[in-house]
Design a protein around this ligand. Sequence first.
Ligand code: KG4
Ligand code: ZN
Length: 358
Amino acid sequence: MIDESTVILALESSCDETSCALVAGGREVLANVVAAQIDLHRRFGGVVPEVASRAHIEAVQPVIAEALAAAKVPVDRIAAVAGVCQPGLIGSLLVGLMAAKTLAWVWGKPLIGVDHVQAHAFSAALDAEPIDYPAVALVISGGHTALYHCLSPTDTTLLGRTIDDAAGEAFDKVANILNLGYPGGPVVDRVARAGRADAVPLPRTLLKGQSLDFSFSGLKTAVLYHVNGVPNARLTPEAIAVKGPGYGKGVAGLSHSDVADIAASFQAAVADVIGIKLRRAVRAVRARSVVLGGGVAANSAIRARAVAEAEKLGCTLRLPAMTYCTDNAAMVAALAWHHLAAGNTAGYDLEATPTTRP
Ligand code: KG4
Ligand code: ZN
């Protein structure tokens, strides 16, 4: 019988975090251990896939051991083992999925394959009340921007997605242009607090008609041109991106307050686009809840915009706790509980794929 006390152990390794979690009843987090690789990738200014997979191999066993010890759950109380099978960096995905298959086989438990982006869309249910469906869920992360119509945790239809850069990718690239360091999202968020959101006119790309797709590359390029066009700045875009003395001393003729204004204006443009797309989607499918997920859902301006938008629409807004915005295995275990309840288990031939299969 699958109930509130049913525990699932899950692994997550689709990008640059190795994580293992044990979650009961699809929402109560018993342990969620995350080993981040940010320091390994910082000097490259982004995630290097081969470096990431090798680091997952080193981290996966200690992370599993730590999660089991923290949850204090004996193996015979674990009902199933879940792994992420898509989408992600293929070498990284393989490590977590093989570890999940191995545990399932050795322990004689069912195996569950989970979609990483759909797990983000369910992260707001962790350590919280169940989500009220039908819902519109927006996942905004470093690698993905996806808008779903959800009838239940496992019955989801894609309404729209980015046609170029992901939201988090745009944050990371803008941080790079402004020489703010890596990863860019948190530092843009922090710096933007001292800036004026209406200081720099930037485009809001909404795509035609009632489109629910996203495009962030024009906005990123507009920031680049704005920075490159500052009087007396003779640096090329490449030079601005990689050189410069760091935020503490300013970027190519920009003062601290210029940088803060650009960060705040960029963030406001992203928040505007997200607000409008959420409104369009909620009206199109008559949703009762709006759910956010993914690393960019930690952004203060976007959270504030989502609060205002949901209030206007008369919807319940579900924001994940800050720790569950970025990649973690708890969201995978929580969604896997619903798959187990629906009988969606997988065989050992479950494949890892870099893109989302329907
Ligand atoms: O969900 P996540 O850990 O990874 C993917 O699945 O891709 O998201 C990481 C992304 C990075 O691009 C990071 O810059 C962004 O989330 N991020 C933020 C904030 N915190 C993390 N973006 C904007 N504001 C933040 N406060
Ligand atoms: Zn993610």
